[in-house]
Design a protein around this ligand. Structure first.
Ligand SMILES: Nc1ncnc2c1ncn2[C@@H]1O[C@H](COP(=O)(O)OP(=O)(O)O)[C@@H](O)[C@H]1O
Ligand SMILES: CC(=O)N[C@@H](CCC(=O)OP(=O)(O)O)C(=O)O
Length: 259
């Protein structure tokens, strides 16, 4: 039997709220067994970009990333956000190690091909180095990944954090029974985005298509659900979307995704 591994992705709105982030990191630290954290930080990058005169443009939940934006996101995701999270996990007795996909060559990617849109320095993942990540886990370290990948030719890429989380979950499924939790500020995927109590408890391939047609799923929820189904189609054991309380073993108010 494969050992269990929890991969948790934490979203931008939680990262921006110091109190919520601290709550989340305390809960994450207490997850039993081996775990990996993936964080975004898109909202913070947009805000800091504004102050620096760097305009942000998102298409289908993904950021168009020119050279200046790539520098910005490298500083924000790989520096500020990643190191703050690592330090706070250390304060919670979780032996975290901060990584981008370039570190220890953990995630290789190539430039997203130009179809209708040229996303610039946005990377689509080619492979995840599951052996290296396993070695970190075996050394009782908790990897904390930011949303940056590389091409092994010195080029960094901005990669959607939801995609990084699903690709890590897929890659690690070779050695582990993986659970992928998308943790954000809402209780789950909502039927009405303005009604916190309209959580859709189960989504499968058929209901997903209907929700897309009804435009219930929009903005950042689009890449999140695309990634959920990609993960399930490629051997990830369990995929859920919800808020911090989803990580408590007794919780049952969140969205479970199945094929
Ligand atoms: N059906 C839906 N249920 C919940 N959130 C939705 C839905 N459709 C769109 N959203 C929006 O998607 C956002 C989450 O995407 P995003 O901001 O990219 O989150 P994250 O930073 O966690 O990846 C929510 O804050 C919400 O505004
Ligand atoms: C290519 C792309 O869109 N990258 C994302 C990476 C960060 C991210 O995904 O952050 P959240 O999870 O907080 O949205 C971006 O720059 O916004």
């Amino acid at each position: 039997m494969k050992p269990k591994l929890s991969i948790v992705k934490i979203g931008g709105n939680v990262i921006e709220n110091k109190t919520e982030l601290s709550k989340f990191l305390a809960v994450f630290s207490k997850i039993e067994g081996q775990k990996v954290l993936v964080h975004g930080g898109g909202k913070l990058a947009t805000e800091l970009g504004k102050k620096l005169g760097i305009e942000s443009q998102l298409v289908g939940g993904r950021r168009i990333t020119d050279a200046q934006s790539l520098d910005l996101i490298t500083m924000v995701y790989g520096g500020l956000v990643n190191k703050k999270i690592v330090a706070e996990l250390q304060a919670n007795n979780c032996n975290a190690i901060g990584l981008s996909g370039a570190d220890a060559n953990t995630i290789q990617a190539h430039k997203r091909p130009v179809k209708d849109v040229d996303f610039g320095y946005v990377g689509d993942v080619d492979s995840v180095n599951a052996i290296t990540i396993s070695r970190l886990l075996e050394a009782n370290l908790t990897p904390v990944f930011c949303a940056i990948t590389h091409d092994q030719n010195g080029q960094l890429f901005n990669t959607n954090a939801d995609t990084i989380a699903s690709e890590i979950a897929i890659g690690m499924s070779e050695f582990y029974e993986t659970t992928l939790n998308y943790c954000f500020e809402k209780k789950g995927v909502l039927k009405d985005v303005n009604d916190e109590d309209s959580v859709i408890k189960h989504i499968n391939t058929t209901s997903y298509k209907t929700l897309l047609t009804q435009k219930v799923i929009a903005d950042g929820m689009l890449p999140k659900l695309e990634n959920c189904f990609n993960a399930l189609n490629r051997n990830v054991h369990q995929v859920c979307i919800g808020n911090i309380s989803m990580l408590a073993p007794e919780s049952n108010l969140f969205t479970t995704i199945t094929l």
